[in-house]
Design a protein. Structure first.
Length: 263
């Protein structure tokens, strides 16, 4: 890497193309450090992160004070499969809200477990409140032992149970490979959160009518978090973002009615 760059540097100096030298060096440094996503942060208004126990201790107050751009929301891993509950979820759930971030909770889907039991694991763990983001299904499992149709059927079962319980549309998270194999052309009424790190035009790449979130790097650096973290952009304005939140007053009324009718 350094020899070609050194040659470019010498040639550029010879022709006094100093701006070009600076551009090449900055591009090389940011690529080497995994920071070549920075220009994307300037293209969108609303940004957030997603974390799990892998990030260990998080200083949410520092996250909220991140200087490069405002971290407006966070998706937290809540559950996985039928029994797993993320060991940092309760702490992250509480402290992220106290720091002023809009929070959401996701379930990591297992292709080998009952979608019904997985949905119950999520429901037992996640107590959504007004102002929280809608439930999220993290679907990124490649399983050649099951047909795409069967995988979609299981995903649909989990979604239907969770949507009935919380009274809102589930957000689906996946990557472009899994989306193309299992989900393309389906679940068009569910908001989509896509992971793609190639900095392409993600809207044209996916072609989903409700593409809302783009995870554009897994090598982000955020104040208050040690190591790398996923960074996401919301592909819309504040009004569209607010539409994905649990309504404050309506949600309380629905829960009250449900509890009365179940007696």
């Amino acid at each position: 890497m350094f020899i070609p760059l050194f040659k470019v540097y010498l040639l550029s100096i010879m022709f006094l193309n100093i701006p070009f030298v600076i551009s090449v060096l900055l591009h090389s440094i940011t690529s080497f450090l995994g920071l070549n996503y920075i220009h994307i942060t300037r293209q969108y208004e609303i940004h957030g992160i997603d974390v799990s126990h892998h990030q260990r201790f998080i200083d949410w107050e520092k996250v909220a004070e991140h200087s490069q751009f405002k971290v407006s929301f966070t998706f937290l891993k809540a559950t996985e499969g039928t029994t797993i509950r993320d060991t940092r979820f309760d702490t992250n759930w509480k402290e992220s809200k106290e720091a002023g971030l809009v929070r959401g909770a996701y379930h990591f889907f297992s292709s080998t477990s009952s979608p019904y039991t997985q949905a119950q694991n999520y429901i037992r763990t996640v107590d959504l409140a007004g102002g929280d983001l809608a439930p999220v299904l993290d679907f990124e499992i490649h399983d050649n032992s099951k047909s795409p149709a069967l995988m979609r059927k299981n995903v649909e079962k989990w979604i239907s149970i969770v949507e009935k319980h919380y009274g809102c549309k589930v957000i689906i998270y996946t990557n472009t490979h899994i989306y193309n194999k299992y989900l393309r052309g389906y679940f068009k009424n569910n908001p989509l959160w896509i992971a793609d790190y190639n900095f392409s035009n993600v809207s044209n790449l996916v072609g989903h009518p409700k593409l809302k979130f783009w995870q554009y790097t897994e090598k982000g650096h955020i104040m208050g978090i040690n190591g790398n973290v996923d960074i996401n952009a919301f592909l819309g304005d504040t009004k569209e973002f607010d539409a994905l939140k649990i309504p404050e007053e309506n949600y309380e009324i629905e829960l009250e009615v449900e509890s009365v009718s179940s007696k």
